[in-house]
Ligand binder design. Structure first.
Ligand code: PMP
Length: 346
């Protein structure tokens, strides 16, 4: 079934066979990959494991993501790009996204000459299930992207809604759960992959795990899709440095847990603070590590904060998001500086 959805040239692809993927067994003399024989004693003269086996085993242990269902990308951005290139025929297929949502789905589609079908969220920023199903029936997109919790709104969509859209969609449904760790009472779509292998879930080390600089994204899928990703990706897409960072984050799972709790508490406290400000007209409920607010004049507030050395995101150009600002939850001291500046405005 998955096979039929793949681009024919990907289905028939003979993967590049890297030196490190060809041998099995144990060896101690490596004369196979044209690496330098020297380069320090941290192993950096050697290519990384193309399949990130050690990291994926640790991901299974700590995150509970089954080994045979996982793959690692150079950020989830690389995985989004790869999925589009694996499944969508340029100048022919399209992806369907809700609007507003994370911006790279449409950009990667366009860089591959793949069409983008936009379905607006409802005025309350929830998924418009009926409109999505109508668009799926009429346009037959190859991939539907659903971001939950959504960026930039922070809203989690009910899993039943996501699953019924995925059921209706005969193509691939990618559920981007980058911010899932910050959501309370969250049920992941990972558990639904067994029933519907056309569901693919994205996770990342960039948010709760604190490793945005390392670029480590996670694909969770039916093993059939995982195998195709492994075959089609650049051979050494994740560096040794990134792998080490990922392993370190997983070893420090307690610290991650503590940071998540702190972030959630600060999100609630910041939301309460923001809702008291006279010029804030709306604080959107968020399950992520950011809060979206509506103000009287977003451009003026953005410039004012920047003058004070504080950078936020002005999301006012997104559909439905006129005069909105997205604020990431930072450290306690960051948030104190923000609050001080906000209190002194106007
Ligand atoms: N998905 C969403 C919803 C995001 O907001 C982001 C980053 N802002 C990403 C994916 C990209 O994450 P990564 O750092 O893993 O490429």
């Amino acid at each position: 079934m998955i096979n039929e959805l793949l681009n024919p040239w990907i289905r028939d692809l003979v993967p590049y066979s890297s030196a490190r993927s060809e041998y099995s067994g144990s060896a101690s003399v490596f004369l196979d990959a044209n690496e330098s024989w020297d380069g320090g004693n941290d192993g950096m003269n050697r290519y990384p494991d193309p399949f990130m086996r050690r990291l994926r085993k640790e991901m299974e242990r700590v995150m509970g993501i089954p080994y045979e269902m996982s793959a690692v990308g150079n950020g989830s951005d690389e995985i989004i790009d790869m999925l589009i290139r694996m499944f969508c025929v340029p100048s022919c297929d399209s992806i369907l996204i809700e609007q507003p949502t994370y911006g790279t789905y449409s950009v990667f589609a366009r860089t591959s000459a793949v069409g983008v079908i936009d379905v607006p969220l409802t005025p309350s920023l929830s998924l418009d299930e009926d409109a999505m199903i109508r668009a799926i029936r009429s346009e037959k997109p190859k991939i539907v992207f659903i971001c939950s919790p959504n960026n930039p709104t922070g809203r989690v969509y009910p899993l039943e809604t996501i699953l019924s859209i995925a059921e209706e969609n005969k193509g691939i449904t990618v559920v981007d759960e980058a911010y899932a760790d910050f959501a309370e009472d969250f049920t992941s779509a990972i558990g639904a992959i067994h029933e519907n292998p056309r569901i693919v879930v994205l996770r990342t080390f960039s948010k709760a795990y604190g490793k945005a600089g390392a670029r480590l994204g996670i694909l969770v899928s039916d093993p059939e899709i995982q195998k195709v990703f492994m075959k089609a990706k650049p051979p050494y897409n994740v560096s040794r440095c990134a792998e080490n960072e990922g392993l370190e984050a997983l070893l420090g799972a307690d610290a991650v847990e503590k940071r998540i709790k702190e972030t959630i508490a600060r999100r609630k406290e910041t939301a309460a603070f923001l809702s008291e400000l006279p010029y804030v007209t709306e604080v959107f409920p968020s399950q992520a590590n950011f809060i979206l607010i509506r103000v009287q004049d977003a451009a003026a507030l953005y410039s004012y904060l920047l003058e004070r050395g504080i950078v936020v995101r002005n999301r006012s150009n997104d559909p439905l998001l006129e005069n909105t600002i997205r604020i990431t939850i930072g450290s306690e001291s960051d948030m104190n500086k923000l609050k001080e500046a906000l209190c002194e405005w106007r």
